[in-house]
Design a protein around this ligand. Sequence first.
Ligand SMILES: *[C@@H]1O[C@H](CO)[C@@H](O)[C@H](O)[C@H]1NC(C)=O
Ligand SMILES: *[C@@H]1O[C@H](CO)[C@@H](O)[C@H](O)[C@H]1NC(C)=O
Ligand SMILES: *[C@@H]1O[C@H](CO)[C@@H](O)[C@H](O)[C@H]1NC(C)=O
Length: 420
Amino acid sequence: MASNHHYKRPHQPLSSPSTTTTYFYLFISIITLTALFLFSSHHSTSYSTPPIISTQSIKKPYNNIESASACDYSDGKWFYDPTVRSPRYHHTCKEIFKGWNCIAGNRSGANDIIKWRWQPNHCALPQFDSLRFLESHRDISIGFVGDSLNRNMFVSLFCSLRQVADEVKKWRPAGADRGFTFLKYNLTIAYHRTNLLARYGRWSANAKGGELESLGYKEGYRVDVDIPDGTWAEAPSFHDILIFNTGHWWWAPSKFDPVKSPMLFFENGQPLIPPISPDIGLDVVLRHMISYVEEKARPGTILFFRTQSPRHFEGGDWDQGGSCARLQPLSPHEVENFFSVQNNGTNVETRLVNEHLYEAIKGTAFRLLDITRMSEFRADAHPSSAGGKKHDDCMHWCLPGITDTWNDLLIASLSSIKVR
Ligand SMILES: *[C@@H]1O[C@H](CO)[C@@H](O)[C@H](O)[C@H]1NC(C)=O
Ligand SMILES: *[C@@H]1O[C@H](CO)[C@@H](O)[C@H](O)[C@H]1NC(C)=O
Ligand SMILES: *[C@@H]1O[C@H](CO)[C@@H](O)[C@H](O)[C@H]1NC(C)=O
């Protein structure tokens, strides 16, 4: 368990963050290693009495009748199944980002990761059947919208389908970062890259002055809470199924340094005065983006919000030599040590982000795709130092790996929607 709490604010140089490629690699190199931290100073106001979350008492919104009666796939356990011989796709699948390729990168135990299977307590989680999925999703388009953790999930789905279908057209539907159509089935999947969902960019004080200037702000990031990032603005009217996420960048002080480069929130083109902290900003952004999607999406579009993906840094955060070298999933007791809000450990942001999310999707058309609980156990499934990284990556997931199980969950949820 991370016991070193001498959090140093990372001072990573950020080169011209305006190009898209730079953004992605920045994310890989920085966010991989970043996160957390914000629950120091300005978060202590809203969480001065941290809510105690026990495994059982995590509240979930019943945003629709189906999810109230459907199986809770997030309640279960991992068991080791030595009969699992080969992953559902080969690690040479071209879409796998090098840093996530644990088999090629010689991460110890990489071949064992997929031998752990998730067993929900009250129902069965069917194994993904690529051919059946392609057959039953003809003429459908699926969009993943979010940060690199959503890309990790997208890549898993792509590789699973690519394993059985080789006529693929590569293109960029509706402004996507990347996308593919499986031609025989006319099934399209795409990944739209966005860190905060809302549009943001560099901000500097204007010599003529202004409201933020008069409060002493000189540099920062302008976040327009009511404007979706251009990378996905067209996605809701294009896709039939959408899977959103955001969370990691809100806790990334190496980019959004609370002092040197704070998030400055704008609404209707005007700065919000008094300025709000990122945790409040997240609520406001979620509210605006969710109603934007509800307005833009065609009737019948299926909307998911994926819950926060847990990190597993031990012995310090990413910049303190934190690592994740385990070869087995955590025990339930260890999970509580890592993630209980009360313990306020290195990876505490996981459940805090979810609280914002649960609140935001209540009463909306969004369904929750709850991958947090199952993923909290899997301290063994991150790339760690695979491929000789300078800092351990205890945030993204090895592929093949557990985002395969996230997709099992997605598909199980989809089939329970279709049955009705
Ligand atoms: C959580 O831990 C951090 C780092 O040690 C500390 O700065 C912060 O004040 C703590 N927050 C709470 C709510 O105890
Ligand atoms: C992984 O191990 C193999 C065989 O020992 C070696 O050839 C290869 O260079 C290693 N790859 C990395 C990324 O270390
Ligand atoms: C392919 O699927 C898209 C929806 O994703 C649909 O709009 C289009 O008409 C389909 N094309 C054909 C030839 O059926």
